[in-house]
Ligand binder design. Sequence first.
Ligand code: DAU
Length: 374
Amino acid sequence: MKTYLITGGAGFIGANYIHYLMKNKQNIQIINLDNLEYSGNPENLKEVEELSHYRFLKGDICDRELVCQLFHEAEIDYVVHFAAMTHVDRSIESARPFIHSNIEGTLTLLEAALEAWETDGQFPGSKKFLYVSTDEVYGDLRAEGYFTEDTPIAPRNPYSASKASAEMLVRAFGETHGLPYHITRCSNNYGPYQFPEKLIPLLIHNCLRHAELPIYGDGQNIRDWLYVEDHCSAIEAVLKRGKPGAVYNIGGHNEKTTLEIAEIIVDYIHDHHDPAVTRDLIRYVADRKGHDRRYAIDPRKTREELFWKPSVTFETGIIKTIQWYLENTEWLSHVVSGEYLEYYERHYGSKTKPDAIYNVPYKVDTLRRRVPCL
Ligand code: DAU
């Protein structure tokens, strides 16, 4: 019997990971530690909350007393550390909460794991600390090439800087104290339960309410999209077969521009759900500051060492995702309440006013005249 401590298990990827474990693993216990801040949502886990091998603990990873007590009371084998502030735009607006949660929170967990697991400089073979990081730590990739695990770390926004810093702490605890760890760096995830501040759920949500679809800059920024369940299976592969102290890239070679994503979503909703949703909803708005142009993962090491590969193509995954949101409008309406509306107005209110850079309805010809690189 293995006991997993999952931090941030009520968030998007954490909740999907818990569902994945419940479906695919037997003889495990799960403790979910989550502070239920704005994007952590107990509704994401209502199917599992009554299960005897699942325990939810509302608490903050920065709360040393609570975290140490938890490690002493429960025989934790695996820490899978998702809990983090994750939205780049929010980190640009205010960096400090990212430093607190993502760096200090990670340090608290590392100290507690060290204290509970180490005896005379030795760690039992069953213990593992897996830090869920991001491809954003590599910074910006221009048109050519891919991020490999050897690409130098060069984060370019406060969020990715905080993730890179936390990685360094994990590594330092491994090198200094021998704490058994893995680090995973995954590309952009999408799928059920994603909070609609991120591109894909935001676009779907806005289509459903016939609101404008804000596209930053020229819409040509590229992200490498991975269906969230494939991220979950990769984490399992790392826990099972990963080398101690190794970093693994996770990605599926699904590069798409922001504009392509918007068009795919609009067209699907137009054809299958609501003909009133058209590409006319797309609006070019002022760009994100320091916006990384392209991310693209080379997942070869993970494939070859761990025998992992994604099982969901982008074409299938995006339809599953749109359908999930269409079927879960109640979930959506619950999460887009007070705090979300305030954030939305703060962040997009001024962007979509007439002085925004590309505040023109989407028309390729108009756009070509304004954006020379198209
Ligand atoms: O690469 C992994 C990372 O992916 C994760 O570590 C982050 O936690 C996650 O938020 C995500 O970061 P991005 O900044 O790439 O995701 P986001 O959904 O915010 O934006 C995706 C792209 O879409 C990016 O080029 C910015 C653009 N965008 C985003 C929003 C919210 C728009 O054009 N309009 C928008 O309104």
